[in-house]
Design a protein around this ligand. Structure first.
Ligand code: MG
Length: 409
């Protein structure tokens, strides 16, 4: 048995970057962006905390990011501890601080990983550990370069075509003998050698033997704003039997309002003359309330009462299309595309049939979808119960929303 099988393996996850290329000004550093509702960094860290061969994990963060980091770690699904380290002026310094934080942990080797590679798989981590187990000083996951490579001159023309045979794209995690890589980092720092772009380059410089193992095309580094969108879309689908399934969600909603003396009701935004009215804080449009709840249900956004409390005087006599419009905005900003809305009104009177078309037109306009995706149905309650006694009108609604259309936050 060799040393790395006897000694524990540590991990350093570098997440101290400011992420200018992915638009830090607007959304903050990309390791803290959320993809499919969880922080990128939480997903990355989890891959290491979950691995049974990996012991102590040090996460290197920027000193201004403690609050962001704490928020991101609320998304962790693994009850394991980690060490938080403040980073340095650049990635290289940050890695060194991470390694130094593990110096007293008694580990034999260490994996160093980018915080913005959340799709690292267990098998990639295993391949690196296997290479270390079989005696390599270091190992890194790499992918063969498939495209033809061009070197550009200053005027934007091709200077030459670069021979691509034996060229590989380096990924992380990169694994190393702990003592050797720590010493290499320290030597590089004391020699003021700061231009290394990954840890393998430092290992190579200090004459460690670094083995290439198969990388994973899915193990991408989130670098540009569109990478975040793509990652979000990808995670918003579910893998099932080898196929990506779309994230289609269904919500239901139910509402009742009492009938009181009056001269008309409003249903799906249509005013219908009647010898009674619906009682309620707003315009008491049960149909729109039920559809609003159905939509909110598809993204876990609670119900209409959470967003428009009846105790709030500003919603007194409010037109209910405002509630539905707000739900549509919430669903859309959560990445949803509304596929259809269906409502059934349950009442003895007034007659709904003559107004169904106008109701569907209203729904289509408020929700912003085609009329073929809007359905309004009606039934009586066969004179049974409170609806049968004409004490109230009920509505039940269903909405279907496809998520992961690339729109978020
Ligand atoms: Mg209501």
């Amino acid at each position: 048995m060799n040393k790395s099988e006897l000694e524990e393996i540590g991990a350093v996850i570098v997440a101290a970057g400011r992420g200018e290329r992915a638009g830090s000004n607007v959304h903050g550093p990309k390791q803290y962006r959320r993809i499919a509702n969880r922080a990128v960094l939480a997903r990355t860290v989890e891959a290491f905390l979950q691995h049974d061969r990996i012991g102590p994990v040090a996460i290197v963060i920027h000193r201004d990011d403690h609050k962001r980091f704490a928020t991101a770690m609320e998304d962790l699904n693994v009850p394991r501890s980690y060490i938080v380290v403040e980073g340095g002026a650049d990635r290289q310094a940050s890695v060194r601080y991470g390694l130094e934080a593990l110096e007293s942990a008694g580990i034999g080797s260490v994996l160093i990983h980018d915080g913005v590679r959340p799709f690292v798989s267990r098998s990639v981590i295993d391949r690196i550990i296997d290479a270390l187990d079989s005696g390599s000083d270091g190992a890194l996951p790499a992918l063969e370069v498939a495209d033809t490579l061009k070197r550009r001159d200053n005027e934007g023309f091709v200077e030459k075509t670069v021979e691509r045979a034996n060229l590989y794209r380096a990924q992380t995690p990169q694994g190393f003998d702990f003592e050797q890589i720590l010493n290499a980092h320290r030597s590089a720092a004391s020699d003021a050698m700061f231009a290394f772009t990954d840890d393998s380059a430092i290992a190579e410089w200090s004459e460690m033997k670094v083995k290439l193992v198969a990388g994973d095309p899915e193990n991408i580094k989130l670098t540009f704003p569109e990478d975040i969108d793509l990652a979000d879309r990808k995670l918003s689908s579910a893998m099932h039997s080898g196929h990506w399934l779309p994230d289609i969600r269904t919500g239901n909603g139910y509402d009742v309002h009492a009938l009181v003396p009056g001269d008309g009701v409003i249903l799906c935004g249509v005013e219908i003359p009647h010898d009674r009215a619906l009682a309620g804080h707003s315009d008491a449009d049960v149909a729109l309330h039920a559809i609003t709840d159905a939509l909110l249900a598809t993204c876990g956004m609670g119900d209409i009462g959470d967003h428009f409390p009846p105790s709030d005087p500003q919603w007194k006599d409010a037109a209910s299309y405002l509630f539905l419009k707000h739900a549509v905005e919430l669903v859309t900003s959560a990445g949803g595309t509304i596929m259809n809305a269906d409502v059934t009104l349950i009442c003895e009177a007034p007659k709904i049939g003559p107004h169904k078309q106008a109701m569907r037109e209203n729904l289509a306009r408020i929700i912003g979808i085609g009329m073929d995706r809007c359905s309004v149905k009606a039934t009586t309650n066969e004179k049974i119960g409170f609806v049968g006694r004409q004490e109230g009108i009920a509505a039940i609604a269903t909405a279907t929303v496809a998520y992961g259309a690339g729109k978020h936050e």
